[in-house]
Design a protein around this ligand. Structure first.
Ligand SMILES: Cc1ncc(C[n+]2csc(CCOP(=O)(O)OP(=O)(O)O)c2C)c(N)n1
Length: 640
């Protein structure tokens, strides 16, 4: 066998003959697993098989140490061809083939219908087509920013070339000069609904070439030619290269070849017998069935994510002398983190909004780590996810509506892939300025409520933003920091000192009491916290003592604070967010889960609003100090 790394230009004859023989047996294994599971995608698995065999045998990987830092990264973008991936990985020694065959698509098995990171050798979970090239761009950037210099290979299908995100990724790869990136496109010409040329014609080779990629066309079933093409791509240090592999769906079994029917179904017993006879293989269905009935595999664990050891520096304290905005406080803290940690690989991804989201200072300080993705958010979010999984402290910063709503599924895939991405969104809520409905991200908590690994932090003023920024940078996992646009007065405590100044330490999930008061409690998050405090101070002048509790982690409420709040006669939940999915929803959930029937009322955003100055829009829906005070008076009146 040749050495790994595709450094030799041609495949030696012994390896070629060996792979060809093994490919026949593995086609049988693909059929056995999809027939046994009575589902799955044999057709594309059989057309991509030679690609997978060459990649897993000859990329710089170590099956015994599948998470070695400087390993080459292989992303399979058409995750439905998992049977082909599992067969090739097993053949290269990553796990036992019999396990993959027997437990394919079995409940609780790692060998899922679409590839995912808990399988040794799988770098990126996919299934939503069109996202793998972006992940590959992320890994390739990771190779550069960590200095590890590994190569990244992305296997793709022809059907998914329809997706716009693929074009976004192609362009970014060229712009960033990612010559360590190779795409191999399985062009079998078939997809679910028939011929790819009929479903949606795409000039695949021409599109890659037009964007500046090198292009090599090859017979994707000829292991010698395919190896040579990949080696040629690897040797090209001037640009990323796409190997266009012309293949046949269902390759190797005459009645499956070139038939869309076999894109996504297992064979019947009769078809299976015919196919195995044609391949010259004995049936292994019964043995696999017996094994499937045995113990289900324990899920393997993926590499996990390293938490950077970070110097977070001295917090800045802003004062009332000069109003500041949260986004500038975030940008300043980010810049300080970058300056304080020269040895920590960091990246900021931007989609043409750096001036607004305040990442320009970082860009000046670390120009090579500032990745401008243009108006290509779907790509940017997937790139950022994979980059964050490459030991690079990665921030994606955008307006809320573009960094969350626009890219919900990409963020969901980041969740599934368990990446440690930090998302910093500004212009959230009605505090977006005059842009109007399309820009009003009033669901930033709600979107992440529907996922499982994202934590959301909503700072209330520049001081809390500064401290939260430093804290989330050092936190493991996915964290979204969500803020508005406007300048906000620094919130002060009852003695007139900055509430989130000296002596305050940000702790995820810990709420902060800005005012004490036994007559009722305002629970508030984010932009409108200052207005709630002003309302409470105003009411105190008139003898009404209202507590104000500022919540910065709306998805993980502080039980101590909640218990204290619910002991008061009423609770008013105030937020610049759709109440039905925001803090109000969390409070309702908490109350039910704790069996505490809080006398609670909501004051949030009940629908998209018009264009207008944030201050006016918030006042119009009662989210200014006067509106909050008026609401409190009705509650106080009702309970006396
Ligand atoms: C974003 C997205 N849309 C739709 C699907 C459903 N889907 C699964 S496979 C497939 C056809 C893809 O064609 P190709 O990848 O060329 O499949 P092949 O037949 O070659 O395996 C579609 C539309 C999906 N997985 N992801």
């Amino acid at each position: 066998m040749l050495e790994r790394g595709f450094r030799e230009p041609v495949l030696d004859e012994a390896s070629a003959a060996d792979l060809e023989a093994r490919a026949v047996a593995l086609r049988g294994a693909i059929l056995t697993m999809t027939t046994l599971a009575a589902s799955g995608h044999p057709g594309g698995s059989m057309s991509s098989l030679e690609t997978y065999l060459l990649l897993y045998h000859f990329a710089d990987l170590d099956p015994v140490r599948p998470h070695r830092d400087d390993r080459d990264r292989i992303v399979v973008s058409h995750g439905h061809t998992s049977p082909g991936v599992y067969c090739a990985l097993a053949d290269a020694g990553f796990f036992a083939l019999d396990d993959a065959v027997a437990h394919f698509r079995q409940t609780a098995s790692v060998f899922e219908g679409h590839v995912e990171r808990s399988v040794p050798g799988v770098e990126w979970g996919t299934g939503n087509l069109g996202q793998g090239l972006s992940a590959g761009v992320g890994f390739a950037l990771g190779a550069r920013l960590t200095g590890r210099g590994y190569r990244t290979f992305v296997a793709m299908s022809d059907g998914e070339q329809h997706k716009g995100q693929v074009a976004e990724a192609r362009r970014l790869a060229v712009k960033e000069r990612l010559s360590g990136l190779t795409a191999i496109v399985d062009c079998n010409g078939i997809q679910i609904s028939g011929r790819t040329a009929d479903v949606m014609p795409v000039a695949i080779a021409a599109d890659f070439a037009a964007d500046g990629w090198g292009v090599i066309e090859v017979d994707g079933h000829d292991v010698r030619a395919l190896y040579a093409a990949i080696a040629e791509a690897v040797a090209d240090t001037s640009r990323p290269v796409a190997v266009i592999a012309h293949t046949v769906i269902g390759k190797g079994v005459s009645f499956m070849e070139d038939r869309a029917e076999f894109h996504g179904r297992g064979l019947s017993g009769d078809e299976y017998a015919r196919a195995m006879a044609e391949l010259g293989l004995a049936s292994s269905l019964e043995a696999a069935r017996e094994r499937r009935g045995g113990v289900t595999l324990t899920p393997a664990i993926h590499a996990g994510n390293r938490v950077p050891s970070l110097v977070t520096g001295e917090s800045r304290t802003y004062t009332r002398e000069k109003d500041a905005d949260n986004r500038s406080a975030w940008g300043t803290a980010l810049e300080e983190l970058a300056a304080l940690n020269p040895g920590v690989p960091m990246a900021v991804l931007d989609c043409d909004l750096a001036a607004s989201v305040k990442t320009e200072g970082f860009a000046r300080l670390r120009p090579d780590s500032f990745i401008q993705c243009g108006v290509g958010e779907h790509n940017a979010v997937a790139v950022a996810g994979a980059l964050s999984a490459s030991d690079v402290l990665t921030f994606f910063s955008d307006f809320g509506v573009f960094g969350i709503d626009e890219v919900y599924n990409q963020q969901r895939l980041n969740d599934i892939n368990d990446v440690p991405l930090k998302l910093v969104v500004t212009h959230c809520g009605l505090d977006v300025g005059e842009d109007g409905k399309t820009h009003q991200c009033i669901d930033y908590v709600g979107a992440f409520r529907s996922m499982f690994g994202w934590r959301v932090v909503v700072p209330a003023d520049p001081n809390q933003t500064d401290r939260a920024t430093r804290a989330i940078a050092a936190m493991p996992g996915r964290v979204a920091l969500a803020m508005g646009r406007s300048k906000l007065p620094v919130i002060e405590d009852a003695r007139g000192k900055p509430l989130f100044g000296e002596g305050y330490r940000f702790e995820y999930g810990r709420a902060t009491w800005a005012r004490e008061g036994a007559d009722g409690t305002i629970l508030v998050m984010g932009t409108v916290a200052g207005a709630a405090v002003d309302a409470a101070d105003d009411l105190a002048q008139h003898g009404l003592r209202v507590g104000v509790c500022i919540v910065s982690a709306p998805l993980d409420l502080d039980s101590d604070a909640m218990e204290a709040a619910t002991r008061t006669p009423w609770v008013l939940v105030v937020e610049d967010h759709a109440a039905r999915t925001g803090l109000w929803a969390s409070v309702a959930e908490w109350s039910l889960a704790h069996g505490i029937a809080a006398n609670a009322t909501s004051l949030g955003v009940e629908g998209y609003q018009s264009s207008g100055a944030a201050r006016e829009l918030l006042a119009r829906v009662g989210l200014d100090a006067a509106g909050i005070a008026a609401k409190v008076r009705t509650l106080a009146h009702a309970t006396t």
